[in-house]
Write a protein of this length. Structure first.
Length: 68
């Protein structure tokens, strides 16, 4: 998956909506909007970092020597 491509933006939006709704509906505190936004944004950032790490080693032509 290309980073910041069409598919990445769609998956990020879906992740944001799911995390936001899960935390907004299930929270009874006074600051539930702020908490839901922070958790949803951090979830999307985590997804993006995971994709960066996954794509970084995808086309590696020089594997480590004597790995085992």
């Amino acid at each position: 998956m290309k980073l910041l491509g069409k598919h990445h933006l769609i998956i990020s939006a879906i992740t944001f909506v799911i995390l936001f709704l899960m935390n907004y509906i299930g929270n009874d505190e006074a600051d539930k909007v702020q908490r839901a936004l922070m958790i949803a944004v951090s979830g999307v950032i985590g997804l993006t970092l995971g994709l960066i790490i996954m794509n970084k080693g995808k086309n590696d032509k020089t594997p480590p020597h004597n790995f085992d």
